[in-house]
Ligand binder design. Structure first.
Ligand code: DC
Length: 221
């Protein structure tokens, strides 16, 4: 497929709206790299918890934000994340990290460190990047910007299936709690970036969303 190798696709949206599956499939289809910035915030949070830092104390989190060495692998078929050389792909999806990642993500020192890391990776172009502030803060010049959402019930049902739990109500509660912090924080809140295309995936299959996004990427040629 003839996609410009420098294209940057920014995909922002709420937890569980299908960002990861969509972004990986789009990157694979059009031959681009893939970056999951949520995994970086999760890895930072995992490290804070492992180091015994009080994640609800912004000053304590800020003081340590420069310490962990995070490395993201950008193959859409097998993305990786390591902290100080340790693969934490599984650990970062734990309930403990789910419950702590939003407060850690509100700390400006955490955000500036990770945004710098993200800009380094995006700089070479040819990448699909997912997060909350990619089109608004990290890479406002992205050629394609998507804002992906879905109804809370649909998001909770999908996430519960992914996490192999039947407790959809608890999953929905956890998603909504994160949405509230992510959208209400002072620094880089989740918002629809200027020039973004809004896709509501509630009644769409993954393939349908992927088709829509691939179509938008191809239009940029
Ligand atoms: O996409 P996710 O659910 O894995 O993201 C986990 C958390 O990381 C989410 O609650 C908010 C935060 N995050 C962020 O603040 N900025 C980003 N660009 C990506 C994620």
């Amino acid at each position: 497929m003839n996609v410009p190798k420098s294209v940057v696709v920014a995909v922002d949206g709420t937890s569980g709206s299908g960002k990861s599956s969509t972004c990986r499939a789009v990157a694979d289809r059009v031959g681009l790299r893939y970056l999951d910035t949520g995994a970086q915030y999760r890895a930072m949070t995992w490290w804070m918890l492992a180091a015994g830092v009080d994640v609800h104390d912004p000053a304590a989190v800020a003081a340590r934000a420069g310490e962990p060495v995070l490395v993201s692998g950008t193959d859409p078929l097998g993305p990786t994340i390591t902290v100080d050389g340790r693969d934490v792909s599984v650990e970062i999806r734990s309930d403990e990290v789910n419950g702590a990642v939003s407060p850690v993500s509100t700390v400006p020192e955490v955000r500036s460190r990770l945004v710098a890391l993200q800009r380094e990776l995006v700089g070479a172009g040819g990448i699909v990047v997912e997060g909350r502030d990619i089109g608004s803060v990290v890479w406002p010049e992205a050629e394609v910007k998507i804002y992906l959402t879905a109804d809370p019930a649909a998001r909770a049902a999908r996430r519960a299936l992914e996490n192999d739990t039947s407790d959809v109500a608890a999953t929905q509660e956890s998603l909504l709690a994160r949405d509230k912090i992510d959208s209400g924080r002072a620094v880089a809140p989740l918002t629809m970036a200027d020039g973004a295309v809004h896709i509501d995936s509630t009644d769409l299959t993954l393939d349908e969303v992927v088709e829509l996004v691939v179509g938008l990427v191809m239009e940029r040629e």
